[in-house]
Write a new protein. Structure first.
Lengths: 290, 276, 291
C-alpha cells in the first residue's frame, strides 16, 4: 500500500530549494552593493573637496571657492524651528489620542486621518505651505514659512511614534498613580511622560532627521536656491543643504557636481549624527526599562 | 503540574517499560533509548517502545508529559523548532530516521500527520487534497489527480458531503469536516503511518464519533498512532496504549490490559482518575 | 482643579484636531486654485489633452504627458522593487537566521533613509552613465535610470511590509505543509505567499503610491520635457517634477501658470489618496483574517 515519491523528485526539489535561497541572497546582495556603490561614488566624487573652507564658505560663481555655510546654518536653523513648532503639538495630540481619546468616534476619525497624512507626498505639503503660510498668512518665503510647512509634514510621524512610546509605559504605573488619588493630567505629567520621554525623544529625532533631508516642500514654498547668506531671523529668506545640493547638481559644469557630492557628504554626516543620537537614546531607554 | 500531595513520584517505576507479552509481528516503529532535548531541557527520557503495524496505538498521559513531543519525533516535525536535539534511535521499518543521509522530506511523505487544530489551507477543497500530491511530484495527469483526490476523500468519509463542491473554499466547512479534510489530505500521499495529535479535541461529540469510526476503518490499511488526553477515547479506539509521565514511558501494553489491570501503580492511578 | 483638567483636555484635543485641519487645509488650498484654473481651462482638455505646454506662447493644458511620465517611472520602479522586495521578504520571513537578519535589516533601513536628493545625484551621475555603456541610445535625462534608482529606494518598503504580512500567517499552515512532505520553498511559495496575498497587495499599492509621489529623483534625473510616451530612454517629465520646475521660477501669484501647479497637485493628491485608501482597506481586511 505504500508509495514513495521517487528519490529523483525529492532530490530535485531540494536542489530547487537551494537555488531559491541563492537567488534570494543574490537579491539582498544587489541591495547591499547598490548602497555601497552609492557611498563609494559620492565619496570618490566629493571627498577631496571636503575642507574647513568648504564648510564655512559661502556660494560663489567660481566653484572652487564655494562653500556650504549658508545652507548648513539654514538647515540647522529650520530644523530647530520645526522642532519647536511640531514637537509640543505632536506630543500633545498623541497624549490626547492615547490617554484621553479612547475609542470615541472623534478619536478614530483623527487616527484614520493621521494615517492618511503620513502617506501624502511631501510636495503636496509644499503646495499647502505655499498657499497657506506664504500667501494667505503672508509669511513670505521665510524660515518661519518653511519650518511651519515641515512641521505639518513631520507631525503625523511624531504623533505615531509618541503614541508607541506612551503605549510602552506599563499600565501599572498609571494604576498606581490613580490609586493614590491623582487626576488624569497629574498622572500623565508626573508619571507617564517622564517614563516615555526617552522613547519620545528617539522618535522625534528620527522624524526630524527625515525632515532635514526634505527638498521638495521647501522648493515649492520658494526657499530660494541662490540665497548666499546665513539666515539671521525667522523672517529671513533661507536655503537648506538639500536645495543647495540640488542647485549644484543641476549645473552642467563638473566642478559644481563635485561640490554637490561634497555637500551630500556633509548632509549624510549630519544625518548620521542625528540617527546615532536617536539609537543611543533608544539603547539607554531599553536598558532602563529592563 | 498539579501540586496535590497525592502526586506519586517516579520512584520504583521500572527503568525500561515492560513491552506487551505477545509481539507477533516485526515492529513498524521502534524507539531505542530515545532522549529528546528542547535546548537544555530534557523532554523525553530513555524512551524505548515497539509499535505494531496495522493497529491503533494510543499515547496517553497528563499535559506536558511528552506524548506530543514523542509523536513529533516520529516524523521529525520537531526539526522545525530551533535548538532541539535527539539522542538515541527511532527505526521505521528497520531504518533509523535520525541516521545520517535521511531525506526528511521523503520521510514526511511516508509518515503523515494530522494536527490538533485543523489547518486547512485557504484554498479549495480539491486543492487542499491535491497539494501533497503536487509538491511531491505524484500528481500525474489531470484525471489521475482527480481520481486520487476522490479516493482520499472517500477514505476520509468526506466524499459524499463535498463531491458537488470540490472547488469551494475549504474554510467554509464545519470544524469536523475540516479535520476530516486534513485527514484526506494526509492520506492522499499514501503514507504507511498516520500520526494524529489529539485530532478530535476541538470537535463536538458527533464529529468526534465520526473521527473515531474513521480511525477504526483506517487501521486495516495504515499504522495509526494517536495522542489523546481523553482516556475513554483511548479505550474505545486503540489496540495498544502507551502511558507517559514526566517524559518517561511508564507502561505500554494492550489497551484492555492497561485499562483493566495495569502493571504499574502509576498507570492505575492515572487511568482511575486519581490525578492528572 | 476640575476646570484645569477640563481646559487641559480641550487643549490636547485641539492639538489632535490640527491634523484634521491639515487635511482640510490641503484640500482647500488645492481646490481653490484648481477651480480657478478650471474656470479658464475646460476639465476635458486638462484631463484628456495630450500636450502640456503651459509656459509657451500658445499654451496647451493637457496633463496626460505628465501622468504618462509619472506612470512610466513608477512602473520601472515597481518592476525592480516588486520581485526583489518579495524575494527579500520571503527569505527574511521564512529562511533567515538571526545573524543574517541583524545584518540585512539595518542595510534595508539605511536604503530607505537616504535623502531622495542623494538618490537623484546617484541616478544622474552614476546610474545613467553606467547604463549608457550598454544602451548607447540612452539620453542623459531619461526614465530608466531614475526608475531603477527609485525601485531600490522603495525596495525596503515592499520587503518589510510583505514580511510583516507573511509573519501574520499562522504557524499551523506551515506545519501542515511540512507534514505533507513539502520543502521550505514549496511551503513559502504555495502556502504562505498566497495566504498573505491581500497583505502583500496592500504593501505593493502603498509602494506605488510612494513612487508616484516621489519628486527629487525625477526632478534631477528624468528631465523637463513632457512627453506622452512609453519609451524609457527619452527625457520625460513627471507631475512632481513639473511642480518643482515652476516653483524654481518666478511665477507671479494669480496667473494661470501659477494655478497649474495646484491643478497638477490636486490630481496627484487624489491619485495617491485613492491608492492609500485601497491599501488601507486591503490591510484591514487582511488583519481581520488573521487577528
Amino acid at each position: 500500500m505504500t508509495e514513495t515519491a521517487t528519490n529523483a523528485t525529492s532530490a530535485r526539489r531540494q536542489l530547487m530549494d537551494l537555488g531559491f535561497q541563492v537567488l534570494a541572497l543574490l537579491v539582498l546582495c544587489v541591495a547591499l552593493v547598490s548602497l555601497g556603490a552609492l557611498i563609494a561614488d559620492i565619496w570618490s566624487d566629493g571627498g577631496s573637496r571636503l575642507s574647513w573652507n568648504f564648510l564655512t564658505g559661502f556660494p560663489s560663481r567660481r566653484a572652487e571657492n564655494a562653500g556650504v555655510w549658508h545652507a548648513l546654518t539654514g538647515s540647522v536653523f529650520v530644523i530647530l524651528v520645526t522642532a519647536v513648532l511640531a514637537v509640543p503639538v505632536g506630543v500633545a495630540a498623541a497624549i490626547y489620542l492615547e490617554e484621553y481619546g479612547g475609542r470615541s468616534v472623534a478619536a478614530r476619525i483623527i487616527e484614520m486621518n493621521i494615517t492618511n497624512l503620513a502617506a501624502v507626498p511631501s510636495i503636496i505639503y509644499g503646495l499647502l505651505g505655499l498657499g497657506l503660510f506664504v500667501r494667505m498668512l503672508a509669511m513670505g518665503r521665510s524660515v518661519l514659512a518653511g519650518a511651519s510647512t515641515l512641521a505639518l509634514l513631520v507631525l503625523p510621524v511624531i504623533i505615531l511614534s509618541t503614541r508607541e512610546a506612551l503605549r510602552a509605559v506599563p499600565p501599572s504605573i498609571r494604576e498606581g498613580s490613580y490609586a493614590l488619588g491623582a487626576t488624569k493630567w497629574q498622572t500623565v505629567w508626573y508619571q507617564v511622560l517622564p517614563v516615555a520621554l526617552p522613547g519620545i525623544l528617539t522618535g522625534t529625532i528620527l522624524a526630524l532627521s527625515r525632515a532635514i533631508g526634505e527638498t521638495a516642500p521647501l522648493i515649492t514654498i520658494g526657499a530660494l536656491t541662490f540665497v548666499a547668506f546665513a539666515p539671521d531671523s525667522i523672517w529671513s529668506p533661507f536655503t537648506v543643504l538639500p536645495i543647495q545640493i540640488f542647485n549644484w547638481v543641476s549645473r552642467p559644469q563638473a566642478e559644481f557636481q563635485v561640490n554637490a557630492a561634497a555637500a551630500i557628504l556633509v548632509l549624510l554626516a549630519l544625518l548620521l549624527t542625528m540617527n546615532a543620537a536617536a539609537i543611543w537614546l533608544r539603547d539607554r531607554y531599553q536598558k532602563k526599562l529592563g | 503540574m498539579s501540586n496535590s500531595p497525592r502526586v506519586p513520584s517516579l520512584a520504583g517505576v521500572a527503568a525500561r517499560a515492560p513491552q506487551p507479552a505477545v509481539v507477533d509481528r516485526p515492529a513498524k516503529i521502534e524507539a531505542e533509548r530515545l532522549n529528546f532535548y528542547y535546548g537544555g531541557t530534557r523532554a523525553l527520557q530513555d524512551i524505548s517502545v515497539r509499535i505494531q503495524p496495522n493497529v491503533v496505538t494510543a499515547f496517553i498521559g497528563p499535559s506536558g508529559c511528552g506524548k506530543s513531543t514523542f509523536l513529533r519525533t516520529l516524523n521529525r516535525m520537531n526539526d522545525i523548532i530551533p535548538l532541539t536535539r535527539a539522542e538515541g534511535r527511532v527505526l521505521i521499518d528497520g531504518t533509523d530516521i535520525y541516521g545520517p543521509g535521511i531525506d526528511v522530506v521523503a520521510l514526511r511523505q511516508r509518515v503523515g500527520m494530522v494536527f490538533q487544530k485543523s489547518n486547512p489551507f485557504p484554498k479549495s477543497i480539491f486543492d487542499n487534497v491535491a497539494y501533497g500530491l503536487r509538491v511531491n511530484g505524484m500528481a500525474g495527469s489531470r484525471s489521475e489527480l482527480e481520481d486520487r483526490v476522490e479516493q482520499s476523500l472517500q477514505h476520509a468519509a468526506l466524499w459524499e458531503e463535498v463531491k458537488d463542491r470540490l472547488h469551494d473554499s475549504a474554510l467554509a466547512m464545519s470544524g469536523g469536516q475540516q479535520q476530516r479534510l486534513c485527514i484526506a489530505r494526509a492520506l492522499a500521499v499514501r503514507p504507511d503511518i498516520l500520526l494524529m495529535d489529539e485530532p478530535a479535541s476541538a470537535l463536538d461529540p458527533i464529529a468526534t464519533q465520526r473521527i473515531e469510526e474513521l480511525i477504526y476503518n483506517l487501521k486495516h490499511t495504515y499504522t495509526i498512532v494517536i495522542v489523546t488526553h481523553n482516556m475513554q477515547q483511548a479505550a474505545r479506539v486503540s489496540d495498544y496504549t502507551a502511558f507517559f509521565w514526566l517524559g518517561r514511558l511508564v507502561e505500554y501494553d494492550r489497551t484492555d490490559k492497561i485499562f483493566t489491570n495495569p502493571g504499574e501503580k502509576l498507570t492505575e492511578d492515572y487511568v482511575t482518575g486519581r490525578f492528572g | 482643579m476640575k476646570r484645569f483638567e477640563f481646559l487641559i483636555e480641550w487643549a490636547l484635543f485641539l492639538c489632535a484636531l490640527l491634523s484634521i485641519g491639515t487635511t482640510a487645509g490641503i484640500i482647500i488650498v488645492l481646490a481653490v486654485e484648481t477651480f480657478a484654473f478650471l474656470r479658464e481651462v475646460p476639465i476635458t482638455e486638462f484631463l484628456f489633452g495630450t500636450e502640456w505646454t503651459p509656459l509657451f506662447a500658445t499654451p496647451r493644458f493637457g496633463v496626460l504627458p505628465l501622468v504618462a511620465g509619472t506612470m512610466l517611472v513608477s512602473s520601472i520602479a515597481m518592476a525592480v522593487a516588486l520581485p526583489m522586495g518579495l524575494l527579500s521578504a520571503v527569505y527574511l520571513s521564512e529562511y533567515a537566521d538571526a545573524r543574517v537578519r541583524r545584518f540585512v535589516k539595518p542595510v534595508l533601513e539605511i536604503l530607505a533613509g537616504v535623502p531622495t536628493v542623494v538618490y537623484g545625484y546617484f541616478a544622474l551621475l552614476f546610474v545613467t552613465p553606467l547604463l549608457q555603456q550598454f544602451l548607447p541610445n540612452l539620453a542623459g535625462f531619461n526614465a530608466l535610470g531614475p526608475g531603477i534608482v527609485m525601485g531600490i529606494m522603495i525596495l525596503p518598503l515592499v520587503s518589510s511590509l510583505s514580511e510583516d504580512a507573511m509573519q501574520a500567517v499562522p504557524r499551523g499552515l506551515r506545519e501542515g505543509s511540512y507534514a505533507l512532505g513539502a520543502t521550505k520553498m514549496q511551503t513559502s511559495l504555495r502556502v504562505v505567499l498566497p495566504a498573505a496575498f491581500s497583505g502583500i497587495t496592500a504593501a505593493c499599492i502603498l509602494a506605488v503610491s510612494r513612487a508616484v509621489g516621489e519628486t527629487m529623483i525625477v526632478a534631477i534625473a528624468a528631465g523637463q520635457q513632457p512627453r506622452l510616451t512609453a519609451n524609457p530612454m527619452l527625457p520625460i517629465e513627471t507631475m512632481t517634477a513639473y511642480i518643482v520646475q515652476v516653483s524654481l521660477g518666478d511665477t507671479p501669484q494669480g496667473t494661470i501658470e501659477y494655478r497649474t501647479i495646484f491643478a497638477v497637485g490636486m490630481l496627484l493628491f487624489l491619485g495617491t489618496f485613492l491608492l492609500n485608501l485601497v491599501s488601507t482597506w486591503l490591510r484591514d481586511r487582511f488583519r481581520e483574517e488573521y487577528a
